[in-house]
Design a protein around this ligand. Structure first.
Ligand SMILES: Cc1cc2nc3c(=O)[nH]c(=O)nc-3n(C[C@H](O)[C@H](O)[C@H](O)COP(=O)(O)O)c2cc1C
Length: 444
């Protein structure tokens, strides 16, 4: 057991019945997993027992009848994470809330509450929502334009972080003998006046022992990468292979360094959806069978989601992938651009593109040994700081925690015990001093 090696980080995406076409059909998965709190508690406890850094809850406020099973019917992230906060004790709790359809004061309160309830284990995945249809759920005719969304998100986040510092950490003497509950000098209004928000503050909740919740982000476009490099402490990414992951990793870390940030203070976690079996051959056969069970109509709908549910059934299937560049601008921009880029580069027809992205490219397929080797290759190769494991297939989760993680431990790549009690501690992130206290100390 070689302890001194840099350790990788593991997140668990709890996605209930799953977002793949057939994930929900697995006999070991309860049909109501996405709204069944006991399924989440059990999955979170299994990830905690395996010493994962955190669980992660995705979210987006818009569906159509063709939306993927998990997205169709699921629990709201903060409500769900509060339940997990009292049924777990060490594992971090990260959830998604969009800056496009919430108010900074509310979001600040919700995550500060989760951070106190969990005793310093909260994380916020800051997204801007890529689905235009969401605007109609919030009384808007149109979604915010892509470039505005990120500018708005930057201001939104700075307001939330400003509000989180309303109370200095020792603002509450709670001294009953001298009847002093609050030291008013350590309570600070924000008085923010900006392009999108005017927020007076102060916030009516103190900080937790990790100072502030951890900020996560997931953006693929040039704007998304720049935003992540500027504000993120954790980044969720998608990568089909080592080269893609490394390119993204190097780009975001170098942008962060250019902004004067310490690149080690951004933990980049590509998604991990392994297929694990006794041998590589059996795992590859399982993958082939899964691809064989895919339905083309559903694959075409899935292909449409990053283009804001564009209807691809209107185009000839065996003609080259259609010209839909104009549709990328206001949806999941980076994701849509990646689909077009790959379809063009590989000269794919529409049918081939639909199959390509429904099946996906899954680099972690094989025996526990093979999956551990590939994980080590990406990590030691500087393509990631760890992975975000998508909890879908119960057996793969069981074999990953029961067989792959022990191999990673044996190689000194992953913790055997938690050494910290906060999410920041798990991720090796610095403690954010309260800005007002810092200013006070600097002035003294
Ligand atoms: C692993 C991962 C998780 C994501 N989770 C969410 C989510 O929960 N909610 C959401 O609206 N978008 C989510 N996204 C989408 C991103 O927030 C973003 O909209 C998308 O990457 C497109 O970004 P871009 O417009 O900068 O290209 C996720 C993306 C990735 C890669």
């Amino acid at each position: 057991m070689t302890k001194s090696r840099k350790q990788l980080h593991l997140g668990a995406i709890l996605s209930g019945v799953g977002t793949g076409q057939n994930d929900w059909l697995h006999p070991g998965l309860p049909g109501d997993a996405s709204v069944n709190i006991n399924w989440y508690i059990e999955a979170a406890r299994k990830a905690e027992a395996a010493k994962f850094d955190h669980v992660f809850i995705v979210d987006s406020p818009y569906i159509t009848p063709d939306t993927a099973p998990h997205f169709l019917n699921r629990l709201e992230p903060l409500t769900l994470l509060s339940a997990l906060a009292v049924t777990t004790s060490k594992i971090g709790l990260a959830g998604t809330l969009t800056t496009s359809y919430w108010e900074p004061f509310n979001v600040a309160r919700q995550f500060a509450s989760l951070d106190l309830i969990s005793n310093g284990r909260a994380g916020w995945n800051v997204v801007t929502t890529g689905l235009e249809g969401a605007s109609r759920n919030y009384g808007r005719e149109a979604h915010f334009p892509h470039q505005d969304r990120y500018r708005r998100a930057a201001e939104f986040l700075s307001v939330v972080k400003g509000l989180w510092d309303s109370y200095e950490d020792d603002a509450f003497p709670r001294d009953k003998s001298r009847k002093i509950f609050l030291d008013k000098a350590k309570l600070h209004a924000l008085n923010h006046h900006g392009e999108f928000f005017n927020v007076a503050g102060p916030l009516n909740i103190q900080r937790s022992r990790q100072g502030q919740p951890v900020i996560f982000q997931a953006g693929e476009s040039a704007e998304g990468r720049a935003f992540g490099a500027a504000i993120a402490e954790g980044i969720y990414s998608n990568a089909e292979n080592f080269e893609q992951a490394k390119e993204y990793y190097d780009d975001v870390k170098s942008q962060a360094a250019a902004l004067g940030r310490n690149p080690d203070h951004i933990v980049i976690l590509p998604g991990l959806i392994p297929i694990i079996a006794d041998t590589d051959e059996v795992a590859e056969a399982r993958q082939a069978a899964q691809i064989g069970n895919l339905d083309l109509d559903k694959a075409l709908v899935q292909l449409g989601r990053p283009f804001n549910y564009h209807d691809f059934t209107q185009y000839p299937l065996d003609a080259p992938f259609p010209s839909v560049e104009h549709l990328t601008l206001n949806s999941y921009k980076g994701h849509a651009e990646r689909i077009i880029r790959i379809a063009r580069r590989e000269n794919l027809t529409l049918r081939e593109t639909a199959w390509r992205f429904a099946a996906g490219r899954r680099p972690f397929v094989g025996s526990p040994q093979t999956v551990a080797d590939e994980i080590e290759h990406w990590f030691e190769g500087g393509a990631c700081d760890g992975f975000n494991f998508r909890v879908v297939n119960p057996e793969d989760f069981e074999r990953f925690t029961g067989e792959v993680v022990p191999i990673l431990r044996e190689r000194g790549l992953f913790r055997s015990e938690y050494e910290h009690d906060t999410l920041r501690g798990h991720l090796g992130l610095p403690y954010p001093e309260n800005r007002h206290a810092e200013a006070r100390f600097a002035a003294e």
